[in-house]
Structures are given as structure tokens and as C-alpha cells.
Design a protein around this ligand. Structure first.
Ligand code: ADP
Length: 431
């Protein structure tokens, strides 16, 4: 039925009942009684209405603390509709709170920073990543102007120029950040921050590596080209000089080959496409072979000894061979004639370990932490004289990383060095 009729018919009926009752009393007992009955009935109706009005006003003051009464007449419908509205409101509120909690959780897990600001850059909200990147603290900085919080001339220029279509690279608190402002709604802006420090570092390493590798390859190439030019311009050079030139060219060719091979080994070791496939490594046979190679490289100039007192391990045989042989050949190359080199495989409490001890030139302490960097050499000319590529210890580092092993270096200049590779207990596996 029409809701207006639903309201007016009962109200009209109630009034008619009062007036009809008063009329009957008027008829039987005279006009005074009739009037009094009419006034009494209307007053009662008024008091009832006022009572429910009071209840409604009381409930509106604090809807959550008191219950709505059941009501009477039209009030029953009003109260029931208000109750339904309130239930709907509570449901919406609960949904909104849940959604907000989920949004905050997602935002706090985000590796990128998000800052919400108003149209004049006052901070309204930010996630933990933005706090880390920009040095903000939401509880302390809320309501402050972002340009007062991020003190960087580049950022100020970015705001002044307002070229928000492009991201800005910012150096802030020893980080490289990529930031961008995105306007949204009419009166709000989002500042997004991305930490590019690691990417930048990798990119710089890549650039350095290419520059170093080109430099390393250019030197032998220049030498070879030089001799080729001499051969071309002086065809009647005597055989002895020509043979000497050829020997030098072959040495440089060999140097380039070593370099390219080491670079390829490093690339392979770093590549995720070549995961380590552990196999049983016959340490005895491997070290015997390395011992023989060391003696051949030394050509009788050193005393090279081998001691094996430990179990076989699980690992990449070829990779371990490459790492161990790099360490042993370094010991031979950096130990003057008559010196001694001791190679040992031992079982220690924390796991098996490989050790190469030499009585060579030693290394000053300030160089030790940098030795495993690519192309890092303490003495460039000595490394080149002995066919060093500057990549040997970088290869060792990568092989050990893949085997969860650690490299310890002890050295005293003029006295000698000890390189120890410590494997974890689990390397023994169930061999
Ligand atoms: P390289 O091909 O130059 O030997 P490596 O990466 O194998 O490159 O070694 C890096 C540097 O560490 C060497 O240039 C050398 O200065 C130093 N080094 C490595 N092993 C020894 C050692 N046993 N004794 C002294 N210095 C060493």
C-alpha cells in the first residue's frame, strides 16, 4: 500500500476514536464532560508522541549505547526503519574498516614507497617503505609540507618545474631513489618512490667490468699489432729477432685466451641457468692432479707438498678444481724461488677445509678485503708477468658461494700467505 496512506489512515483513525468517544460522552453527560474527554484524549496522545520524541532524541545523542524502544503507532515503523538504517550503516562501517586494514597491510608489504599528499603537498599518509626511503615518520610528520621534509635541491626543482610526467632520480640518504608525483582526484597527489641503489650498483659493476675487460684485452692486442706492423714494415728482419717477436706475440695471445676463458667461467658461475648439480668429488684424485700441475708450474723453483686427511665431499668437481687450482697457482706465482708451498685437505670440527700455505711475498692488510673483486691486483706488473688475469680470486669467491663455503685469508707481507676454504659440515653429505 501507499506509504503515505499507511501513515495517515492509522493516525486519522486514532484521532477519530478520541473525537468519537468525546462525542458519545458529550451526548450522554453533557458538553463539559465531552470537551474534557476530548482534551484528555488529545493530551494523552501528545504525551505519548512527546515520550517517543524524547526517546528518539536520546538515542540520536549516542546511537551505540542505548536501544531503540519498540514504539507505538507510527513510531513502530519509524523506529524499525531507523534500526535497519543503523544496521546497514554498521555493516558498511565494518566493511570499510576491513578494506582499510587490508589496504594498509598491502601497502606496508610494498617494496616501493607511497606518500599521499594534498594539493599543496602537505603529508596525509605514507607507507613504511616511504618512511625508510625518505626518512619520514608518519606520526611525527603528518600535516607537514613534504618539501620541508625532503630537503633536496633536485626535488625542489622538480616541484617548481612541475614536470610530473617524468620520474626524477634522487640521491638521498646514501640511496639512489626514483621518485614521481602522480596527481589524483582533484585535490590530492601521490609521491611514489623506488629504491634503485642495488640496480645502480649492479649497473656500475657491469660498466666497470666492461671497461676493465676492454682495457685488459687492449694491452695484449696493442703488443701483437705492434709486432705485426714491424713484421710488415721490416720484412728482412733477422730470424732471431723474428723468433723473439713471435714468442712475445704468442705470450700475449695466451694472455688474451686466459682472460676470455676466465670471463666465460665467471659468467657461467653467476648465471642462474647453470645451477650447481652436486656430485661426489674424489678429493684425493683432484688434489693429486692439482699438486702435479703446481709442480709443473713451479718447474723445480719451489718445494710443493701435499697432505690429505679428510673425507670426499659433495659439490661441483670442475668448479672446485678451478677454485683450488687458482689458489695453488697463485701461491706458486707469488712465491719467490726456493720458497715452499703446502697444500692440505683436513677435517676440522666445523667441517672439511682446504688450505694453501706459501712462504711468498705476502699481502698488506688493507688489500685483503678487496682481493676477490674482479681485476683487483696488489701489484699489476707482477700479476701480468706471471700470466695473471686478475679474475682468479673472483672465480674462487663465486665457486665458494655456490658451495656455501667461506674463504679466510691470513697474510704477512714478506712472510707468506695462507688461503683457507672452509666447507660446512653438510658438504660431506652421505658419501
Ligand atoms: P691474478 O690473476 O692477478 O693473480 P687473482 O684474482 O688470482 O688475480 O689475485 C688477485 C691479487 O691477489 C693478485 O694480483 C695478487 O696481488 C694477490 N694474491 C693472490 N694470491 C696471492 C698470494 N698467494 N700471495 C700474494 N699475493 C696474492
Amino acid at each position: 500500500m501507499n506509504p503515505h496512506l499507511l501513515f495517515w489512515i492509522p493516525a486519522g483513525l486514532r484521532l477519530s476514536f478520541i473525537l468519537a468517544g468525546a462525542g458519545i460522552l458529550w451526548y450522554f453527560f453533557g458538553h463539559l464532560v465531552g470537551l474534557m474527554a476530548a482534551v484528555g484524549g488529545l493530551c494523552t496522545l501528545l504525551i505519548v508522541q512527546l515520550h517517543y520524541l524524547y526517546k528518539l532524541s536520546d538515542w540520536l545523542n549516542d546511537p551505540s549505547s542505548s536501544r531503540l524502544p519498540d514504539g507505538w503507532g507510527a513510531w513502530t515503523d519509524i523506529f524499525s526503519r531507523l534500526y535497519k538504517l543503523r544496521r546497514g550503516d554498521e555493516k558498511n562501517q565494518a566493511e570499510l574498516t576491513e578494506w582499510l586494514t587490508r589496504f594498509r597491510q598491502a601497502m606496508s608489504l610494498l617494496p616501493d614507497g607511497v606518500v599521499i599528499m594534498d594539493d599543496v603537498l602537505f603529508l596525509e599518509w605514507c607507507n613504511p617503505a616511504a618512511e625508510r626511503h625518505l626518512g619520514l615518520r608518519l606520526d611525527r610528520d603528518k600535516g607537514m609540507r613534504v618539501t620541508n621534509l625532503i630537503r633536496s635541491p633536485e626535488f625542489m626543482d622538480y616541484i617548481i618545474l612541475g614536470r610530473y610526467g617524468q620520474p626524477l632520480t634522487l640521491s638521498l640518504r646514501e640511496r639512489k631513489l626514483i621518485v614521481q608525483i602522480i596527481p589524483f582526484e582533484n585535490r590530492r597527489q601521490i609521491l611514489v618512490t623506488h629504491d634503485a641503489t642495488e640496480t645502480e650498483r649492479i649497473e656500475m659493476m657491469r660498466r666497470d667490468f666492461i671497461a676493465n675487460a676492454s682495457h685488459e684485452l687492449r694491452t695484449p692486442l696493442t703488443v701483437i699489432n705492434g709486432f705485426l706492423e714491424i713484421a710488415d714494415s721490416q720484412p728482412d728482419l733477422d730470424v732471431k729477432t723474428r723468433m723473439a717477436h713471435l714468442k712475445l706475440m704468442m705470450e700475449q695471445g695466451q694472455r688474451m685466451q686466459n682472460l676470455v676463458e676466465d670471463m666465460l667461467t665467471l659468467t657461467r658461475l653467476e648465471s642462474v641457468e647453470y645451477p650447481l648439480r652436486p656430485e661426489r668429488v674424489n678429493i684425493h684424485a683432484l688434489l693429486e692432479q692439482i699438486h702435479q700441475e703446481a709442480m709443473a708450474l713451479s718447474a723445480g723453483r719451489h718445494k710443493v707438498t701435499l697432505e690429505i686427511d679428510g673425507p670426499d665431499i659433495m659439490g661441483g668437481a670442475e668448479e672446485l678444481r678451478s677454485a683450488f687450482s687458482n689458489l695453488v697457482s697463485n701461491a706458486v706465482r707469488y712465491t719467490p724461488q726456493e720458497g715452499s708451498i703446502h697444500i692440505a685437505w683436513q677435517m676440522k670440527e666445523q667441517g672439511p677445509q682446504f688450505m694453501v700455505k706459501d712462504t711468498g711475498i705476502g699481502i698488506r692488510p688493507e688489500h685483503i678485503s678487496r682481493l676477490t673483486e674482479r681485476f683487483y691486483r696488489v701489484d699489476k706488473s707482477r700479476s701480468r708477468e706471471t700470466q695473471g688475469t686478475g679474475l682468479g680470486l673472483a672465480i674462487v669467491k663465486h665457486v665458494l658461494l655456490r658451495h656455501d663455503a667461506l674463504l679466510a685469508i691470513e697474510s704477512e707481507p714478506g712472510q707468506g700467505s695462507t688461503f683457507i676454504v672452509k666447507f660446512p659440515q653438510k658438504a660431506i653429505g652421505d658419501v
